[in-house]
Write a protein that binds this ligand. Sequence first.
Ligand code: SF4
Length: 329
Amino acid sequence: MIFDPEIRYGCVRCGKSCSHDWDIWVHRDLPSRIAPHLAGLGLTSDTAFVQEEGRVRLARDSHGCRFLQDNLCSLHCQLGVRYKPDFCRQYPWFFIDTPDGLRVSASYTCTAVLQAEGPPLSDQRAELEQCLDRNPAVAEIVAQWDESRDFHRRFEEAVSSELWALCLLRCLEQARSGRSWDALEPSQGQPGDMSWPRRLVLGALLKPCLDHDQRLWEELDRALEDGGEVKIPQFDYCGSGAQLLEWCGTPFEEESELERYRRSLWFRRQHLLCDNALAGLLVNWAPVPLYRVLARLTDEHQALARIEMTIGHGRGIERVFGLLSGCLF
Ligand code: SF4
């Protein structure tokens, strides 16, 4: 195992992650194992589970998972960890299988991870090994590994003496002109004007971080296009699209949390889930403009959690970045 050095984790019992509107699919045996205990948990099979598309997922109400009681998982507290769905038993850990070893990181949607509360991952080897014995979800990165390996080394060398953002922008420009991983040179060239892809990236990725509301999304598209007014009620924002775009390019005085998240994305090699270098580099670039907007609409921690929800947990996100890169060529 290779541990993400940015991650510390010890559950702070906030219950926040169980309040998300995630679809948590469960093993088909789980409902029958839990059935005899449902009444004791104040639930019925109809209130606890939802059948959809031939599969079963946990039911939710406006507070989140129906098993969440007083901010704690009632399955865990009353029946034991063995009764929890596999997804919940693995959360917040991420496993990424690479030819160099199994990379272990964790989700920034988790309060403890966000606040770096608890011991480092390297101190949690026994629990992680138990989790691995249960056949967890493991992301596999094999494609592009060999050609990107030298690039990673060159990039890490370059950022030891130059700004990370500068090295990344150089590579983005080079990838945009068609270079593949093995030809990217992070320490060569000048970055071009990156203001124009901001609108595209913000238009594509801010929406999944907001309430799903078709009218709001259309208004946002229009405002980013013409710079006009847009209202985002969930954040009490009433301002212009031009303002949102300006925020994208306006750093905060202190961005260490964002830097830490970017290092975790890099550690996870999240970019190698994409099928071309430009799409992969955009994965590393996108959190910056998104963060600078979302942190101004909410706060730094919420901003990172929403970005992680979109990039780290977003199913099919690699296709989104693939489409974006197609627009940028
Ligand atoms: S089953 Fe337990 S751990 Fe899983 S989402 Fe529900 S309350 Fe949270």
